[in-house]
Design a protein around this ligand. Structure first.
Ligand SMILES: Nc1ncnc2c1ncn2[C@@H]1O[C@H](COP(=O)(O)OP(=O)(O)OP(=O)(O)O)[C@@H](O)[C@H]1O
Length: 267
């Protein structure tokens, strides 16, 4: 039975795409706690997006998937979704894009403006409220997408490689900003990435997935301060550890050394 206090609970969750003989995700059992920042990390095709789409309510599944005890069967405003593509409406200004959710939810205009301005400030876009998306850089568009997701005051943010299209410097800035926003708001985050460096910089917890079928090879809780120093040696140790797990299929012999790898840090 699902645990009563779990925030997000996956029980025997599996996915098989129609017409496909094999499961893309083999039965997964995970519990995500409120306020956690969880990265889903793994090679292309291991099912990260499929899993995130189940959480977003875009993808059907077998088994149980519960958010605060309620089954996820369709998209809901308590789940904010941010994609790699910015998905902003080009005919709306930044403020109008951000106000969209509150508008759909029927909030009065003054309240919509108050929430939009708060979220725009939170992502550092103040001064750009009246700009249309075509006048924004990639990083600014992603800030606006984040503000739009936050404007619904979600209890969980689901982010699918949101910074993958950005240049390295902007990407690092956005990672730091997201850490700050999550620290300030306490919102639970599930973040999909291919990048080991990105995962160890952002996450409290990393779920490493391997493909065929998609399964969890490692559930790693990082013992690091929430706001991080990129030069912290412990980040590099965690990166090495995860790389070893990702090479499992290519070099199975590495796993004879797994016991040692499971605790490489004196934390
Ligand atoms: N609609 C679909 N129908 C059939 N197979 C699909 C469908 N969508 C995805 N797949 C397959 O499911 C597997 C997992 O895809 P998914 O996009 O979830 O992986 P991913 O880990 O997010 O990959 P990437 O990192 O490249 O985005 C892949 O083998 C993919 O080809």
């Amino acid at each position: 039975m699902p645990e009563e206090n779990a925030f997000l609970q996956l029980q025997q969750l599996s996915v098989t795409y129609p017409g496909e003989a094999h499961q893309v995700l083999s039965p997964l059992n995970i519990q995500i706690n409120e306020g956690e920042f969880v990265c889903l990390l793994g090679p292309s095709g291991c099912g990260k997006t499929t899993l995130l789409n189940c959480m977003a309510g875009f993808q059907s599944y077998e088994g149980n998937l519960l958010l605060q005890g309620q089954p996820i069967t369709k998209p809901g405003r308590e789940r904010g979704v941010v994609f790699q593509e910015y998905a902003l409406f080009p005919w709306f200004t930044v403020e109008q894009n951000v106000m969209l959710g509150p508008r759909i939810n029927g909030l009065p205009k003054t309240e919509r403006i108050r929430i939009a301005r708060k979220c725009i400030r939170m992502v550092g876009l103040d001064g750009y409220e009246t700009y249309y998306p075509n006048r924004l850089s990639g990083g600014m568009k992603q800030r606006a997408s984040l503000a739009r997701a936050l404007a619904n005051e979600p209890s969980i943010l689901l982010l699918d490689e949101p910074f993958a299209a950005l240049d390295e410097q902007t990407r690092e800035t956005m990672q730091s900003e997201l850490l700050r926003i999550q620290d300030e708001s306490g919102v639970t985050c599930v973040f999909v990435t291919h990048s080991i460096a990105e995962a160890v910089y952002l996450a409290d917890r990393i779920l490493v997935l391997l493909p065929k079928p998609g399964r969890i090879a490692l559930d790693l809780r990082l013992k690091l301060p929430r706001i991080r120093d990129r030069n912290d040696d412990r980040l590099f140790h965690y990166q090495k550890m995860i790389s070893s797990v990702l090479r499992e299929e290519e070099i199975p012999s590495l796993f004879s050394a797994r016991k040692q790898l499971s605790n490489p840090l004196a934390l």
